[in-house]
Every structure is written in C-alpha cells, then in structure tokens.
Design a protein around this ligand. Structure first.
Ligand code: FAE
Length: 535
C-alpha cells in the first residue's frame, strides 16, 4: 500500500468510526485541533475546493479545521441504507424542507414526483432567490454527494477566455490530470455501453443526435463503471441502477468522502466538524480571522454558537455560500476592505433542462443508469454553442422520453445584494436573463426534433413550459478570480483570506464544472502554500 493510500485508509477508518459513534468531529488526533478556539487554518465547506485545500494544508503540516454545515453521510438509517432513492424520497433527501423539490416537478402534469418529508439536515438543498433557484449538496463532501459524477475537462480555448489570468499550459499539463487522478475518474467500457440495458436511453438519444448531423462524445465519470456493469449482472448492490443520484448514492460513487477528505484526515493534521455552519467573519487588527460558528443537530436545533480564530482562512462554501459570507462581511463593515467586485460575475453555466417525447416504438428502457455517460457536443457552433448532457429519467418505468441538461454560453450575470432588514444576501437574477440559454437549447433541439419527427414534453416542469431555466445545478462566480481576488484566489483587501471553490469561476465553464473547480483549487493552494506559509 502506498503512503498516500495508507493515509486515505486511516482517514476513512476515522470517518467511519466517528459516524458510527454519531460524532460530528473527525480527526486522527481528536484532542488537538478539534477543541481549541484558535487553529492555524480554517477551511469553510467540504466540497471540491474545500477538500483539495484541506488535503494540501494537512500534507504541508498545517493544523487545519474544516467546518461543514451539513452532516457526515456514513451512518445507515433504519432501512439499512445511508441515502434514500429518488423514487422513495424521505427526510434524508432534503435540507430542512417540508416537501422534496425535485428538478422535474411533474409527470403528465400530475404532482407525482415530490413527497412530503420531515425537516432534516438532508443531502440536497434548493436555495430560492426569486427568479433563480440553486441546487446544492449539503454534507461532508458537498456537491460530490448529489451530483451526476460527470468529470469533464473544459475546452481549452473556452477555458482561456473565461480565466485568461491562468496559465493554461500548466492547467492542462498538470492540474487537470492531477484532479482526474485524485478524483478517481474513469470511462465507460464502450463495448459494454453498446450492449447494456442501462444505457439504452443514451444510445437512443445518440442515434437521434446523429440523425440531425450532430456530434456526441463519451463523458468520463467518478462513478465506478465496473461496479455499474456488475450491478446490471446482479453481482453488486445496485445504486446507479436503483434510481440513486440526486439524493446520494449508496454504492459505486467516488465522492469526496471517499477520496480527498479521508486522505486529508489521514495526514493527522485535519479535523472535520460537520453540522457546523459559519454565520459571520471578521478580522482583528493583528490579522486573526474570527468566525462565528453555529452548531446544529440533525433536526436543525441550535446547539450553541462559538467564535473560532485562525490565521489563514479558506472559503470553500461554494459559489453561493462563499459569496454570501463575503458580501455580508463587506456590507456590515466586518471586512470593509473587500472589493466591490465581490458579489458580481455570477452565472448559471447556462443550464437549461428539457425533455423530448419519442415515438412509442423507441424504448429508452425501464432500467436507466443515473450516471450520464454521453453528451452532445455542439460547442463549436458560432451562434448557439451547447454542450448537452444526455440525462437519465430513471423512473423505473418506460416513459419514451429523452432528457437533457444543456450547458449553454449565456453572457448574462447576476449580482448579490445585502439586505440589512433581515441580514440576508439575495441574488438579483431576472428569469428573462435565462432566455439566451433557451434560445441556444431550442436551436439545437428543434434541429434534433425536425430530423426525428419528435417534439418536446411540456408536462415536466409544473406548468406547460418545454425548457426549464429557473434552476441551476452549476452556480459559478461571486468572487471571481482576477477580479475579487488576485490570480491565485487571495481575496483582495484582507490578508490571508482565500476563495477556493466555484465562486472563483465567473459564471461559465462550458462543461460540468467540478473538475475545473478541483484543478483550480489544486493550482491555487500550491502557490499559496509556497508563498504565504512559513517554511
Ligand atoms: P460545493 O461542492 O457546493 O461545497 C460547498 C460546501 O460548503 C457544502 O457542503 C455546503 O454545505 C458547505 N457550506 C456552505 N455554506 C457554509 C457555511 N456557511 N458554513 C459551513 N459550511 C458551508 O462547492 N458538476 C459536475 O462537474 N458534474 C456533474 O455531473 C454534476 N452534476 C450535478 C448534479 C446536481 C444535482 C448538482 C446539485 C450539482 C451537480 N454538479 C455537477 C455541480 C457540482 O456538484 C458543483 O459545481 C460543485 O459541487 C461545486 O463545488 P464547490 O467546491 O464550489
């Protein structure tokens, strides 16, 4: 076993025993960093940016505390499963809601999808901001717990346009390969793909795209495709093939709590505290960052608030979480020197969801893998570039439907504002700002429908719209690299303060974003460790 795997193994064992004991603090040295009110480094959030940063700080010998609002997902419920399925959602599905809020709101205009649930620290959140709502993962592992696992490196020329201050040679030569390796990215066996039942839906969509003269591409994933193959054969417990994805996967998925985070804990320098939400930040004249941290239980009851001080503070609370903390801190005068660029350059990665109704003889299959493996790549279109993920509709029954999450190049950007009356930070985004995304998706899918004699489904989104652009899975921006921060994520205006997550990317990546977030965090923390920490 290599040194790295041994550390990851130790960390995994520590995480599992903490979960079994119902502890909210995980560390190889629980008495050390965990209980002190001052730690050298704090990372807020345990998604991609936070997990990368925690591992590299821990490896460099920096005692580090990770504060995560959600719970650790390692303890089975009464049904013996950690996560619930999409078909039978329960309290584990949703972050303090009375009812699930799934992306598909209806079937045949009927309210068949969502269920009443009791409020709990569940794994998927949908945060509402007027014209836009944002899906987020909540828990140790952030979005990696709920996402479709699609691990896509962006097109280089587009990456260079979006983040011109980043050395693309270094990213494509070093940090994207590193991110893919660390995340455990793998590709589907194409022979199996062509014959399996689980991807019949993708093959049907591919045939329709090709009939319209369009190009499709296989998409790597962090779900273990060999496990999936064995699921179909009945040799492994089903997860991707048991309608599990947005409320978590019980098997097969290499989420961050299986990769970066146990490796971080295994360094012996990193402590993770779950169900700890950072409410506010300030900085003392001597440079100490002070965080107001609230601890809750799984039912949301407050267990107390305390202040934690640190010298280096890394914000990995995701695009919304990081932006909210910074905007509030600037507007309340707690971090007065933050730039006016904080809270700007926010976008949806041009997300639009849509479904097409197929002919009755075009079966997409009752068994559909929840992990997408194919995309329609039409990004080179000069007017309407689109990268469309061929998404499953794993309802366990034949629905003669092709579903897509289209990523488009939408130049519209949102901004965040602070409202003193209720101490809230709100996104300003008008529904009409999503129109360019619909125009692009419509141009592509009209072409596919024309070539195949098919049409849109109008019954999936709660009314009779064909295109859903009122939510995003891919919130990006709010603390954009090179604008609100320097070229390495150091937040301008305050010392030893860093953004390390999707907030750095100004609104768009052209593909699903987590590989980019991971690689960028790897690049930035390497520089920060070399320059900002004593040797
Ligand atoms: P993120 O993963 O959101 O982690 C932030 C963490 O911070 C969360 O665990 C929060 O609970 C925590 N947090 C927030 N505020 C606080 C606070 N105040 N105090 C303490 N903790 C806090 O951030 N992307 C892909 O590339 N491929 C896909 O297939 C894909 N599918 C998706 C499907 C769904 C349903 C969703 C919701 C997202 C999907 N994404 C996908 C997007 C991807 O998961 C997302 O871009 C990343 O998770 C963002 O990573 P960050 O590090 O920015």
């Amino acid at each position: 076993m290599s040194f790295h795997s041994r550390r990851r193994f130790l960390g995994l064992a520590a995480m599992r025993s903490a979960a079994a004991l119902g502890l909210t603090s995980v560390s190889l040295r629980p008495a050390a960093a965990a209980e002190r009110d001052f730690v050298p480094a704090v990372v807020i959030g345990s998604g991609y940016g936070g997990a990368v940063t925690a591992l590299r700080l821990g490896e460099a010998g920096v005692p580090t505390l990770v504060l995560e609002a959600g719970r650790q997902w390692d303890r089975a419920g009464e049904d013996g499963r950690i996560f619930c399925s999409m078909l039978e959602p329960d309290h584990r599905s949703s972050w303090f809601k009375n009812r699930t809020e799934a992306p598909l709101a209806s079937l045949m205009w009927l309210d068949l999808v969502n269920r009443a649930v009791r409020p709990f620290a569940g794994v998927l959140d949908r945060v509402h901001h007027g014209g836009m709502s944002v899906y987020l993962g909540r828990g140790v592992g952030g979005g990696s717990l709920v996402n479709g696992g699609m691990a896509v490196v962006p097109k280089r020329d587009y990456f260079e346009q979006v983040l011109p201050e980043v050395d693309a040679d270094e990213m494509y030569g070093r940090y994207f390969p590193l991110a893919n390796r660390m995340l455990g990215v793998n590709s589907v066996d194409q022979d199996w793909f062509e014959t399996c039942e689980s991807y019949r839906y993708a093959r049907v969509s591919r045939a329709h795209a090709h009939r319209a003269g369009l190009r499709t591409t296989f998409v790597p994933n962090v779900y273990d495709f060999d496990h999936m193959r064995r699921e179909e054969l009945g040799e492994a417990p089903r997860s991707a093939l048991a309608s599990e994805v947005i409320y978590g996967n019980n098997h097969g998925k290499r989420s961050l709590d299986r990769s970066y985070l146990p490796a971080a804990v295994g360094t012996g320098n990193v402590t993770i505290r779950s169900l700890h939400r950072v409410r506010a930040l300030r900085q003392e004249p001597d440079g100490t960052h002070v965080l107001a941290v609230e601890q809750i239980d799984e039912l949301g009851n407050p267990l107390g608030t305390k202040e934690i001080g640190c010298r280096w503070l890394f914000l990995g609370a995701g695009s919304l979480g990081t932006t909210e903390l910074l905007v509030r801190a600037r507007e309340t005068g707690a971090l007065p020197a933050l730039s006016s660029e904080v809270g700007r350059h926010w976008g949806t990665n041009g997300n639009v969801m849509l479904g097409r109704l197929l002919a009755p003889w075009e079966r997409t299959g009752e068994l559909q893998s929840g992990m997408p493996a194919l995309g329609i790549d039409h990004w080179h279109d000069p007017v309407h570039p689109v990268f469309a993920e061929i998404a499953p509709l794993p309802a366990g029954t034949e629905l003669w439907t092709s579903l897509y999450l289209a990523i488009t190049r939408n130049p519209e950007r949102g901004e965040f504002e602070y409202r003193a009356a209720d101490d809230s930070v709100r996104l300003r985004w008008d529904v009409s700002q999503g129109d360019p995304s619909i125009d692009a998706a419509k141009a592509l899918f009209d072409r596919i429908n024309r070539a195949n004699g098919t049409g849109y489904r109008h019954d999936l989104f709660g009314d009779d719209r064909a295109f859903e652009n009122r939510f995003t899975y891919h919130p990006l921006g709010g603390c954009a690299l090179g604008r609100a921060t320097d070229s390495w994520g150091r937040v301008r205006g305050h010392r030893n303060l860093y953004a390390t997550d999707g907030s750095l990317i100004p609104g768009s990546t052209g593909v699903n974003p987590f590989v980019t977030i991971t690689a960028l965090a790897e690049r930035n923390v390497a520089r920060v460790l070399a320059e900002d920490f004593p040797r």
